[in-house]
Design a protein around this ligand. Structure first.
Ligand code: FE2
Ligand code: FE2
Length: 188
């Protein structure tokens, strides 16, 4: 069975449901998950991680938010439970379920990652923000309704925090691009 495809179908279906039912009609695939998926795969190749575990982990890492289960604060915990249920239903091998569950549970900071697969998902989650800079503007000026000066400061803090949350090895890989983004985005 193509487990990645099965999980992708499940996640796409849930994202469609979320988009239809959420107040803000947020499109999780186009605004976030597709970027995490692509970045995590690139890292998995670079770091020799298990690409199937990383792909499934990236697809499922925010599933609790997509399914609107619990709060943002505990979405890694609820997400881990949902991931285990989904993969059990698909009869994914038990030891590999545990590895995906680890990716979901520990995705919120690269500092939490206990192995290279988890690190790829956690770093991919951060790099996804840099792939979608327009969303940053949306958060500051639409969602949070900030004025220009405040929004500029918050954006600066946001991207600096994201960069600092990356693992040391991904920081090195990403540094040049980060400097360009910072240079273009943030007025001196
Ligand atoms: Fe998350
Ligand atoms: Fe995420």
């Amino acid at each position: 069975m193509d487990y990645v495809k099965e999980v992708e179908n499940y996640v796409m279906d849930r994202i469609k449901w979320h988009k239809e039912t959420a107040d803000d009609h947020f499109d999780f695939w186009n605004e976030h998950i597709k970027y995490v998926y692509t970045e995590a795969i690139k890292l998995a190749e670079k770091y020799n991680a298990d690409s199937e575990i990383v792909k499934i982990g990236a697809l499922l890492h925010d599933i609790a938010l997509i399914n609107k289960v619990g709060t943002k604060v505990d979405h890694h915990i609820n997400g881990a439970k949902i991931a285990a249920e989904v993969l059990t239903k698909l009869q994914y091998p038990h030891n590999r379920i545990q590895r995906v569950v680890g990716c979901v549970y520990n995705h919120r900071s690269s500092k939490n990652a206990t192995n290279i697969d988890e690190l790829c998902v956690a770093d991919g989650d951060i790099l996804a923000h840099f792939d979608n800079i327009p969303m940053l503007f949306d958060i500051m000026f639409n969602v949070r309704g900030m004025q220009l000066a405040e929004g500029r400061e918050e954006m600066k803090k946001y991207i600096e925090k994201d960069y600092n949350d990356l693992s040391d090895r991904t920081k090195k890989v990403f540094k040049d691009r980060y400097e360009v983004i910072k240079d273009v985005l943030i007025a001196k």
